[in-house]
Design a protein around this ligand. Structure first.
Ligand code: F6R
Length: 612
């Protein structure tokens, strides 16, 4: 949560910083601010609300500094307000800091600093950081060019929690210091200039060369140099990574919103996810080399993730259990990490995270690792934190996902997890080859089938127009249709603010049917021919009680008696969520638009949940 940007070069920093913040707004958008150095002074400008509100500030366009830091906030400590916005300064106005993360022991540190005479102007945890740096800077009686670095190092030793911090100081006006622990931060290398950001897309239009930081590394940036130090201030070397994403992938490219663009990008994203994996013979996945013996030794696979990523895991449970005959448990990361999960060297633990930065998922991975299980991360972001913790990492290659509500990340995760299931199955040889080969072919057909669905979206749009004023909706499904219904229901909540619940159709009679009354909207997904008869009976039960049903079925399924039906192309039920989720994504999108909401930045949400 929160996005940070930094620039040092020969250009005016403020437009670059604000531009970067606008691209990071999906990470938080309740206040924003920037700081630059001009005439021996750190100039801070901040405002409550969206990044664009910075333009309302007097003098914002007059900032001429060529070094600066910036922040867009998702409040944790202290309500959204100008005072609580970043950057924060120390009492002597010598250090300015922006911070993403949480300082868990800030109260203790604040009290210590208050005792030493420091005053605090905000309710944030962050404000302790510039003051601590100042405190250690003043304590240090040596005067050399590492003095600020030493103060930062001592400060970091005191901090408990997670942080990505950028620091400006009037004691060295041509350098910027950066440090991270459990919070994302990348450095973009330019020519005579360097950039910093919470993620790659925000600065992709300036450079394609990045340094990925590891925990506890301290970096000193000047215009021509990037110097890396370990926590003992010993200089270390780091490789540069070139990123293949085009700058346009972080732009709306003519679409009204990022979410719509990302919905339409799904065929391309899935083609990238599949790559050459299914081209010939047995599947090889770069970054993965699990042996038949190891897979045979497993008695359980855990899939652990949060939100949409967890929903992708629920789809994969069916595939892996069916093809590999290994029991799969899907768990929410924040639950897994605080239980005592039964995990040992006979458990393979798979962690899914689009961003690769979700705090609970990373902690859940570390827990399994400590218990001796092998860990496999599935992420969309190369070099993200989770991929650096896991024993194995594989990538969805879906391209940057900017909208807060996940769309292409979900479908590409479902596809990659299915490919992973096939990879295991080919080694285990517990099911007939034909089943596997058919599934491979069905996966290859998915991109063109999505294109087919996206050709005409009017039916979904019209239904959304009819029901957008409603307060509650219900999603029903069985098997993978239930798994995808959970995702459909989440999308609706997130971007249209309509309360919705998803139920396994068979559970209806065990309670939820009491909620069905005249004119209630039910989205029923029925794509599995083996389950359709039972599902139709459940749908009839709600129709009898007055529900308006919007059904999503495959073209091979009969839907007698239902008036609102959207047909998706026929595919294997193991991967049908990749198709059936498309009308659900569009449904939420059109409702949100109809209500005049901000689709890409729904209230209270941020894309990357880097705090617990
Ligand atoms: C919903 C959504 C979230 C994320 C969840 C995990 O649209 O995007 O539910 O799926 O916060 O995020 P990652 O996958 O980055 O770990």
């Amino acid at each position: 949560m929160c996005g940070i940007v930094g620039y040092i070069g020969n250009k005016k920093a403020s437009p670059i910083l604000i531009n970067g913040l606008l691209r990071l707004e999906y990470r938080g958008y309740d206040s924003a601010g920037i700081a630059t150095i001009e005439n021996d002074e750190i100039k801070v400008m901040k405002n409550k609300g969206r990044v664009n509100n910075l333009y309302e500030l007097d003098g914002i366009n007059d900032l001429v500094g060529t070094i600066g830091i910036a922040h867009t906030r998702w409040a944790t400590h202290g309500k959204p307000s100008k005072e609580n916005s970043h950057p924060h300064m120390d009492n002597s106005n010598s250090f300015a800091v922006v911070h993403n993360g949480i300082i868990e022991n800030y109260n203790e540190l604040k009290n210590m600093l208050i005792e030493k005479g420091y005053k605090f102007l905000s309710a944030t945890d962050t404000e302790v950081i510039p003051n601590l740096i100042h405190y250690y800077f003043e304590q240090d009686k040596t005067d050399d060019d590492k003095k600020i670095l030493r103060a930062v190092k001592s400060t970091c030793k005191d901090l408990k929690g997670s942080y990505a911090i950028e620091i400006l100081s009037i004691y060295n006006k041509d350098k910027m210091i950066v440090v991270r622990k459990d919070s994302p931060l990348v450095i973009g290398k330019g020519n005579g200039e360097n950039y910093l950001s919470s993620d790659i897309p925000a600065i992709l239009s300036y450079t394609k060369d990045f340094y990925l930081l590891d925990d506890n590394e301290i970096v000193e940036l000047s215009r021509d140099e990037v110097k890396f130090y370990n926590q003992d201030l010993k200089e270390i070397q780091k490789p540069i990574k070139s990123i293949e994403w085009g700058a346009l992938s972080a732009e709306k490219d003519g679409y009204e919103d990022f979410m719509l663009k990302e919905i339409y990008e799904q065929p391309k994203a899935i083609r990238e996810t599949v790559g050459a994996k299914l081209d010939n013979g047995s599947i090889e996945i770069e970054g993965l080399n699990l042996t038949k013996e190891y897979l045979q030794s497993l008695n359980k696979i855990y899939i652990v993730a949060c939100g949409t990523a967890m929903h992708a895991g629920l789809v994969a449970k069916t595939t892996i259990e069916k093809l590999c005959k290994i029991s799969v448990e899907v768990d929410i990361a924040s639950e897994f990490r605080y239980r005592e999960p039964l995990v040992d060297e006979k458990t393979l633990c798979i962690y899914i995270s689009q961003s690769g930065e979700t705090a609970d998922t990373i902690a859940a991975l570390k827990l399994a690792k400590s218990k001796g299980a092998k860990t496999l991360a599935i992420s969309n972001v190369i070099g993200s934190s989770i991929t650096r913790e896991a024993d194995y990492s594989i990538y969805t290659h879906a391209g940057p996902e900017i909208a807060v509500a996940s769309t292409k990340a979900y479908t590409s995760q479902v596809v990659l997890l299915n490919i992973l299931g096939i990879y295991f199955a080919e080694k285990l040889e517990r099911v007939e080859k034909e089943i596997i080969n058919n599934l491979k072919q069905d996966i290859l057909n998915l991109p063109s089938q999505i294109e087919e669905i996206l050709k005409d979206t009017n039916q979904v749009k019209n239904f959304a127009k009819k029901v957008y004023k409603e307060k509650d909706m219900f999603f029903l499904g069985r098997g993978t249709d239930y798994a995808v219904s959970l995702e459909g229901s989440l999308k609706l909540k997130e971007i249209s603010y309509i309360h919705s619940e998803s139920y396994a159709s068979g559970e209806l009679k065990h309670g939820p049917i009491a909620l069905i009354e005249n004119d209630v909207t039910v989205i029923a997904t029925m794509t599995n021919p083996d389950l359709v008869e039972k599902s139709i009976s459940n749908v009839q039960e709600v129709v009898t009680r007055g529900a308006k049903v919007f059904a999503i079925t495959s073209e091979d399924i009969k839907n007698d008696g239902l008036s609102q039906v959207i047909k998706i192309p026929k595919t294997n039920p193991l991967i049908s969520p990749v198709l059936s989720v498309i009308p659900m994504q569009l449904f939420s999108y059109y409702i949100s638009k109809e209500k005049g909401l901000d689709v890409d930045k729904p209230r209270n949400l941020a894309k990357s949940v880097t705090v617990e």
